[in-house]
Ligand binder design. Structure first.
Ligand code: NAD
Length: 486
């Protein structure tokens, strides 16, 4: 399937980039095969898009929050009718299996719009009791043009968030998807644009340096919302600092999973498996990729986990029976392989399953890798410290609770964490000491709209995904005080 040449949306028009150049989008499950092309936007195109969003802001900010919410609900219904199309396109361009990943992501996309449609009327201020002779109240006002930049790993879900939060709050948006996975996002924007005035939503496609950077630096962009790696997050923060605009950074992670001795059971194995996002090839910021197992259950737990991993079906993302698809591209594939080689070279480390990908056979035709687990890892080693963003889990034994918590917190990241035990005291004690933005106890699922999401430490700052996140990150508070004795 080739979706052909796509265009970008600027000021309600579907256009090519001014230079007429295109970027091919590769199908990761068939190396070298192209599934579509998108315009290669540069600074001049970014400028057109931002000017259009800036113009549309004057009208959009005046639309009542309730009406904006009504439109989000309509968008949600329209997405629901196109779930299969969005899911198939996502599977094709990302390599994420349709049953386990791409379809659930498309369904979540509709839910995100429904959630923000429902809470739109809650964009409101307070009255402040300053005394009988003063009336003081606050308003939540939109900020202006938002520059939203998203990665490829969960492209439509993350794009939906940026769109729904910024536009429901009364801002206008210039969205830049990753050039690795822009096709389903373009389809999503097409659906949104049917319900919105021209210029309220704009989407530009291109590379990070040619298109993302000019967007981050554009003088008319009043708010930056970035999801991606912490290296590029730093660049975005520098651009924000230069003009003093607010910025939200949703960055990477190396999240711990702590398994207590009483949780050596099949349901924890299933939960740990889910939390590691093996069915998204481990390409998730939330992935629980450091597994801290109590020494008394270390071998028995790993045995069960490995048995489960060996039963996974890896292959064609569009096949309904596939559990795990392909990694996004050659660069990421080679990067993950280099971490596996690094682990294999490490003295004392044990490769328990997986390893380097097959060089022959059907799996060698795409960027496929088997789920990989290393045992006897030390928390200070590179494979335990750096975000691999692949299906590579490292298992680390522990004896004392404090030791497990210390190792879990010994990371420059702090996005998520998972705790597994039936002992509520231990679970909560641990959860309160963990330095992460989101701790799950006895489950390893994805975030649900309504929960504020974001990181501690170098996993970023600012919160998104909830009403509070939208108010904090996409509105600005104004206080108005009236002297009643005048
Ligand atoms: P990335 O940082 O390379 O790219 C993210 C986006 O930034 C892309 O659209 C890219 O084109 C753009 N970009 C690249 N260079 C840029 C520049 N110089 N200026 C402006 N924009 C630029 O990340 P990726 O490889 O696409 O995605 C993987 C990363 O995203 C991982 O680190 C992962 O943990 C993180 N992530 C975080 C969350 C979260 O919510 N915290 C969610 C998903 C992914």
């Amino acid at each position: 399937m080739d979706v052909g040449r796509k265009r970008m949306l600027i000021n309600g028009q579907w256009v090519e980039s001014l230079n007429g150049e295109f970027i091919p989008v590769e199908n990761p499950s068939r190396k070298g095969s192209v599934v579509g092309e998108v315009p290669r936007a540069k600074g001049v195109d970014v400028d057109r898009a931002v000017i259009s969003a800036n113009k549309a802001f004057e009208g959009w900010r005046k639309v009542s929050a309730r009406e904006r919410g009504r439109l989000m609900n309509k968008i949600s219904e329209a997405i629901e009718a196109k779930v299969e199309e969005i899911a198939r396109t996502t599977a094709l361009e990302t390599g994420n299996a349709i049953r386990t990943q791409s379809r659930p992501e498309a369904i979540l996309t509709a839910d995100i719009f429904r959630y923000f449609g429902g809470v739109a009327s809650e964009i409101k201020g307070e009255t402040i009791p300053l005394g009988e002779n003063l009336l003081s109240y606050s308003r939540r006002e939109p900020i202006g043009v938002v520059g939203g930049i998203v990665p490829w790993n969960s492209p439509v879900g993350l794009a939906a968030l940026k769109i729904a939060m910024s536009i429901t709050a009364g801002n206008t948006l210039v969205l830049k998807p990753s050039s690795e996975a822009p096709l389903a996002v373009l389809r999503l924007v097409e659906i949104c644009a049917e319900f919105l005035p021209p210029g309220v939503i704009n989407v530009i496609t291109g590379t990070g340096s040619e298109c993302g950077l000019p967007l981050a630096k554009h003088p008319l962009v009043r708010k930056l919302s970035f999801t991606g790696s912490h290296e590029i997050g730093r660049t975005i923060m520098e651009a924000a600092a230069e003009r003093i605009v607010p910025v939200t950074l949703e960055l990477g992670g190396k999240s711990p999973q702590i398994v207590f001795p009483d949780a050596d059971e099949p349901q924890t194995v299933d939960g740990v498996f889910l939390a590691m996002r093996f069915t998204r090839q481990g390409q998730s910021c939330t992935a629980g990729s450091r597994l801290f197992l109590h020494e008394s259950i270390y071998d028995s737990f790993l045995e069960k986990l490995i048995k489960k991993l060996k039963s996974l079906k890896i292959g064609d993302p569009l096949d309904e029976s596939t559990d795990m698809g392909a990694l996004i591209n050659r660069t990421q594939f080679e990067k993950v392989c280099s971490y596996v080689e690094d682990g294999m070279r490490q003295k004392g480390a044990r490769l328990l399953t997986g390893g380097l990908p097959p060089k022959e056979g059907p799996l060698s035709q795409g960027y496929f890798m088997e789920p990989t687990v290393f045992g006897n890892i030390q928390n200070e080693w590179r494979i335990a410290r750096e975000e691999i963003f692949g299906p590579v889990l490292v298992a680390i034994p522990w004896k004392q609770e404090e030791e497990a918590i210390r190792m879990a917190n010994d990371s420059h990241y702090g996005l998520a964490a998972f705790i597994w035990t039936h002992n509520i005291g231990k679970a909560l004690r641990t959860a309160h000491q963990i330095e992460s933005g989101w701790v799950q106890i006895n489950q390893g699922v994805g975030i649900v709209p309504g929960q504020s999401y974001g990181g501690f430490k170098q996993s970023g700052f600012g919160r998104e995904y909830s009403l509070e996140g939208m108010l904090e990150s996409f509105t600005q508070r104004k206080s108005i005080t009236i002297n009643l004795q005048f």
